[in-house]
Design a protein around this ligand. Structure first.
Ligand SMILES: *[C@@H]1O[C@H](CO)[C@@H](O)[C@H](O)[C@H]1NC(C)=O
Ligand SMILES: *[C@@H]1O[C@H](CO)[C@@H](O)[C@H](O)[C@H]1NC(C)=O
Ligand SMILES: *[C@@H]1O[C@H](CO)[C@@H](O)[C@H](O)[C@H]1NC(C)=O
Length: 476
């Protein structure tokens, strides 16, 4: 930020050298406050007093990834979207070993052959014995690293599938809220009420990933095989870990940022209405459409990660504002999409997910279309849909971040007002999101700043809401 004093001030500065010093000190202080206070937003601190240092970062996590020789060659591309060689630690567990090329080994975690599980019972009709192997990942990953690190070096064991995508800063930040020296089992349910009904309303669904604090992982590694003998009738690996934790008296701590994604088809409506908590994971990448139009599955994940890398805590966070001049409502899902609705839409209506997706279970069942979150219809008629924009590119600018969203042409409708028909691009300005541990997240506000170039570009500014500010078209 260039600061050039006016000629008169410059004159004063030469006359009063002391004033000059004061001026320079003041400027330095302002620059320090603007630049360093903002950029030092990364560390997450634990709220409780821990005997070890107080920040939980991605390097404190140890990952156990369940995979198989059949799925690994394709799905390892999903790991590439989030795995950070040299920072993240962990192993991928396979049912049989593959020939690997040396350059794979550097960018991805090492592969490990799971132990033989033929001595454990499995009796779920139509299920797969690999569930036992999957449950043992929680034990085998702990055993593999136990004694190889200092106490406090690994604070959480994180278990996921090979099609689970983790958002590392948000995962670490979410876990940092909890004292890792206590017994914790952190994750989330399925989005499908039916799946929760079938499997459990108390269990962390494994595909969304879950985290076990170090002391719980240590105990589980000792007792897991005993539990596996008693729970042969359960379907999945996650149900086995849940049962074993339950026998130890440890219940699930639910964090809504973990996503099992028991959904199919187009996730647009789901991803445009993320809860206020940070995005921690996505799963079932193969079972849903690519997240962005015109990109394949892995390209989409890499595209999303560009936004996540710049502002992890803001990714998918929904902000709603009103274009009062043109009588429109704008909903931003930061780093992913922007929607422009004609007329005045109430915030709580826009917080419900448009059903662009399908239920997980195929076939008619009264419960299969009941979700664990609020939904509303996504009109079949493209003229009744909002104008939709997807993330094109983004970059840091001064102390803020500019993200640019381009018009999705697929749902265009000739009948909509000319001001919206012309709109080709939305530019969103925001500051890096930073919330101190222990502070409550509050939805941000935004303003439609202006429109450029014959209404082809709309500029939006995201900011903290004022005290008592209401997110509504008319605020009287
Ligand atoms: C696992 O162990 C059983 C019995 O000990 C043995 O019959 C089987 O061949 C082993 N499986 C593998 C894949 O090594
Ligand atoms: C996705 O696109 C990339 C290149 O843009 C390509 O390398 C990759 O093979 C594609 N993946 C699939 C599954 O088609
Ligand atoms: C519907 O769901 C219930 C409960 O999961 C299940 O027992 C039943 O078989 C399902 N019916 C159909 C037709 O799929």
């Amino acid at each position: 930020m260039p600061v050039s004093p006016s000629p008169r001030l410059r004159q004063a500065l030469t006359i009063f050298p002391r004033l000059r010093t004061v001026f320079l000190v003041a400027i330095s202080l302002i620059i320090y406050l603007l630049v360093f206070r903002r950029s030092s937003s990364a560390p997450f601190t634990t709220s409780t007093s821990s005997s070890i240092t107080s920040t939980t970062s991605p390097s404190h996590l140890l990952f156990g990834i369940s995979s198989s020789a059949r799925t690994w060659p394709r799905r390892r591309n999903y790991l590439r979207a989030w795995w950070r060689p040299g920072i993240t630690r962990g192993l991928v567990f396979l049912d049989s070993l593959l020939p690997t090329s040396p350059d794979d080994d550097r960018s991805l975690p090492s592969l490990r052959l799971s132990a033989n599980t033929s001595r454990f019972p499995y009796s779920f009709n139509g299920g797969q014995r690999s569930a036992i192997r999957g449950a043992r990942v929680a034990k085998e990953i702990f055993d593999a690293f136990d004694g190889k690190f200092e106490y406090g070096d690994v604070r959480w064991i994180v278990i996921g599938d090979d099609d689970t995508v983790f958002f590392l800063e948000n995962l670490a930040g979410t876990l940092a809220k909890y004292d890792w020296e206590e017994l914790y089992y952190v994750g989330s349910l399925s989005e499908s009420a039916e799946q929760n009904g079938i499997h459990s309303f108390d269990m962390a669904f494994g595909g969304g990933g879950f985290a076990i604090s170090y002391p719980l992982a240590k105990i589980l590694s000792r007792v897991m095989d005993s539990c596996l003998m008693r729970y042969g009738h359960l379907f999945g690996s996650d149900a086995r870990v849940f049962a074993c934790s339950a026998e130890l008296g440890v219940g699930l701590t639910r964090e809504p940022g973990f996503h099992q994604v028991d959904l199919r088809g187009d996730l647009f409506g789901f991803l445009s209405t993320h809860p206020l908590q940070p995005l921690v994971s996505l799963h079932h990448i193969d079972f849903v459409n690519p997240l962005f139009p015109g990109k394949n599955h892995s390209e989409s994940l890499i595209h999303l990660s560009k936004a996540t890398n710049i502002d992890p805590e803001r990714i998918l966070q929904q902000t709603v504002c009103y274009d009062r001049n043109n009588f429109r409502t704008v909903s931003v899902s930061w780093g992913f999409s922007v929607q422009v609705f004609e007329g005045n839409k109430l915030l709580t209506d826009l917080m419900a997910s448009q059903k662009t997706f399908r239920p997980w279970k195929r076939g008619r069942n009264s419960t299969s279309g009941i979700y664990m979150f609020n939904t509303r219809e996504f009109p079949r008629d493209p003229c009744k849909r909002p104008a939709i924009f997807f993330l094109e590119r983004l970059f840091p600018f001064m102390n803020s971040i500019v993200s640019i969203y381009g018009r999705d042409v697929s749902g265009n409708c000739p009948g909509i007002p000319i001001s919206t028909r012309r709109l080709q691009q939305i530019t969103v300005n925001s500051e890096k999101y930073y919330l101190k541990i222990g502070k409550v997240r509050r939805r941000h506000c935004c303003d439609v700043v202006d429109s450029f170039n014959d209404n082809t570009v709309m500029n939006i500014n995201i900011r903290r809401c004022e005290d008592g500010e209401l997110i509504a078209m008319q605020r009287q």
